[in-house]
Design a protein around this ligand. Structure first.
Ligand SMILES: [Zn+2]
Length: 59
């Protein structure tokens, strides 16, 4: 998993009007409340990457 797949997940897994995840329904025909675990994973992963980049820039 890299930045590209994190972006792809965040682009596909968006909140539907009924509060479920669009990506999970499209990909797996599954109704998951948004944010689903994939979004949580991707955002935590993205936050870590941003933090790492920020700390790297300080050095
Ligand atoms: Zn999802």
């Amino acid at each position: 998993m890299n930045d590209e797949s994190v972006r792809a997940i965040l682009a596909a897994h968006v909140r539907a009007i009924d509060g479920t995840c669009v990506g999970c329904r499209l990909w797996w025909s599954r109704l998951s409340p948004y944010p689903c675990w994939q979004v949580l994973w991707a955002t935590s992963r993205q936050a870590r990457a941003i933090t790492a980049r920020f700390l790297g820039g300080l050095r």
